[in-house]
Ligand binder design. Structure first.
Ligand code: ADP
Length: 447
């Protein structure tokens, strides 16, 4: 400990001086005002107790040392007179550390208080402080009393300010709590309302989709029934028209022959539409069950090459590339041939010059069968629409052929039934590629 000041107390009135000096030392080493008062109060309490005869014989004299040890201000009181420890007051939080040693002739009290780091005292500072303190003349007990009163008042004032602060904080806290509760109530109300809305929406959605399903089933049933009923009379009209035109029948006038040809043409279109509708209705109603078997793609390809070739005009080359061996796929041969024939027909229908090419290649566990043409192509935004029932891209096919707009939806339906997917890539003017992706092991889960 670096000692700074030494005092000797002999009577109770010396305690006033000790108090004053304690405050001066505390101020000199950089303790804050409140801490100065705390330390001075602690020392004066110890001094007062030592010199009263309450609870035992008083001390005859006491020496006080003030000093600095590291970053603490130390106060050591050596009282002449044993057994003082029991009489000493509890100093609460006035000092950081307090020890009392009762010896045979003396009682030693040590107190310490931390010095703020900002004080940053070095040896030179301590020398200066020691000199300053030595130069300070002790004041009269009355001065010290007045000072003490002032300090008491300011301490009271500070306590009151603290109490006010606390009350204000409490009030704010209470208000905030009210606000939070109100917000919580409002939010949970809103949440409940939203939840109710969502539940109602779902119920409505369920009802709508049930209605939609029922409507779609009704449509399919209607189409199947109507087309089925229409097929017989339309076929009869075609047959009768053919009879009228027959060489064995009575000859027709030129006008009559033209009209009969028109009837036959129209009835032919109608029959095609009826047949397509019937196919699609059957595919949609789930009555088509694929007949799974190991299909040789090379055989399917060569049959198609034979049957579709007739459609190709001179300006368009039909190329059917034989797939590499082994070219087996688990599928329904009839349905698969129907899909590919449809795509080849479309290719030839929408290509004025160039080629229509069909090829197949393995892609992992799948077969990719592609039909590529160099025809009119399809604008990007219509790539999905052409798979809708009855949709036809506006404008006639370059070959003048007509259609029903049911071929692609039917083909996609069949490919889905076979466990695969039908997609298109195309660019207007450059041609189109329709891709059938099918699992080589079949879509019936038998692989
Ligand atoms: P459609 O009986 O009219 O051929 P699809 O369902 O087969 O009916 O085809 C729908 C429409 O898709 C066709 O009308 C045509 O506009 C377009 N389309 C189909 N295939 C091709 C193709 N290869 N090239 C260009 N357009 C095509």
């Amino acid at each position: 400990m670096t000692r700074l000041l030494h005092l000797v107390l002999r009577t109770e009135s010396d305690v006033f001086v000790a108090r004053q000096r304690a405050r001066e030392v505390a101020a000199a080493v950089g303790l804050e005002r409140q801490d100065q008062v705390r330390l001075a109060t602690a020392l004066s309490e110890v001094g007062r107790t030592l010199f009263t005869d309450r609870d035992g014989p008083p001390a005859t004299a006491a020496e006080v040392w003030f000093g600095v040890d590291g970053a603490t201000l130390q106060v050591e009181v050596v009282a002449v007179g044993p057994g003082q420890a029991v009489r000493l007051p509890t100093l609460g939080r006035l000092v950081d550390d307090l020890t009392v040693q009762d010896g045979p002739t003396t009682t030693v009290v040590r107190m310490s208080r931390r010095i703020p780091v900002s004080a940053g005292l070095n040896a030179e500072d301590l020398d200066r402080i020691r000199a300053d303190l030595a130069a300070l003349a002790p004041r009269t007990p009355l001065d010290e009393m007045a000072e003490q009163n002032e300090q008491l008042l300011s301490a009271l004032e500070e306590t009151r300010a603290h109490r006010d602060d606390l009350a204000r904080l409490n009030a704010e806290l209470e208000e905030t709590n009210h606000g939070v509760m109100a917000l919580y109530t409002q939010l949970s109300g809103e949440l409940e309302e939203t939840n109710r809305g969502v539940v109602a929406l779902y119920a409505e959605l369920d009802e709508r989709s049930a209605q939609l399903r029922a409507a779609s089933e009704a449509k399919t049933r209607f189409l199947a029934n109507v087309s089925h009923e229409l097929r017989a009379p339309v076929t009869a009209v075609i047959g009768l028209a053919r009879l009228l035109d027959d060489a064995e029948s009575d000859p027709l006038t030129e006008q009559q022959a033209r009209e009969v040809a028109l009837i036959r043409g129209s009835a032919g279109d109608l029959l095609r539409l009826v047949n397509d509708l019937l196919d699609l209705a059957k595919a949609e109603s789930g009555t088509i069950q694929p007949d799974w078997s190991d299909v040789d793609l090379r055989l399917v390809f060569s049959q198609l090459r034979g049957t579709v070739r007739a459609m190709a005009t001179g300006a368009v080359e039909l190329v059917v590339v034989d797939p590499e061996q082994p070219a087996t796929i688990r599928s329904d041969e009839v349905l698969l041939a129907q899909v590919l024939r449809n795509l080849l027909h479309n290719g030839l229908k929408f290509t004025a010059a160039g080629s229509v090419r069909m090829s197949a290649a393995r892609d992992g566990d799948d077969w990719l069968i592609q039909v590529t043409d160099t025809g009119v192509g399809i604008a990007e935004e219509l790539h999905e629409r052409i798979f809708e029932e009855f949709y036809q891209v506006p404008g006639r096919a370059p070959t003048g052929a007509t259609g029903t707009g049911l071929g692609l939806p039917y083909a996609r339906r069949l490919v889905t039934l076979l466990g695969g997917a039908l997609t298109v890539t195309s660019e207007p003017g450059a041609g189109s590629t329709f891709t059938v992706r099918l699992p080589a092991g079949g879509g019936d889960g038998a692989s």
